[in-house]
Design a protein around this ligand. Sequence first.
Ligand code: RP5
Length: 179
Amino acid sequence: MAKMPTRRRKCAPTVPRVGIVVGIVMGSQSDWETMHHAADTLNTLKIPCETRIVSAHRTPDRLASYAKEARGRGLKVVIAGAGGAAHLPGMIAAMTPLPVFGVPVESKALSGMDSLLSIVQMPAGIPVGTLAIGRAGAINAALLAAAVLATTDEKIAAALDKWRAKQTASVADKPVMRK
Ligand code: RP5
């Protein structure tokens, strides 16, 4: 097995660790390569977030505590990334009323199809908003979290509008030949 994961990962130090509203959890240290894109995106939008390694299989008690305490600690949205037999997002969703967005991490064996199908096929009654496999899913999970928060927070709404306008402005009219 890979070296034991660090328990806590911080979002960028530019974001104060007060008023944290988004929790980013992942099943393993190895998921950070994908999930840091969610943290980076939230940091760009100046949305306070926290990051934790919480494994459905290796640390089930930590998972239960995290999910059950999330709302009481002031979180509004949880983003959960996992790969392979990716039970983390669904188990978190089972134990918190907060919206949960699942990010399928690209697995080595099955390129993330296993992760995607594990996360997306929730039974009726316990929803997980499932994103794309990998980096795109991590970024979009953060943008969806921002969109949820923007419904009640004007600053976040303005930051999201600005982010999208910048993206639009960055798209060239014509393609260029790459050397
Ligand atoms: C899942 O198993 C994790 O989410 C990770 O994507 C996958 C592999 O974990 P490691 O063996 O790399 O720790 O629980």
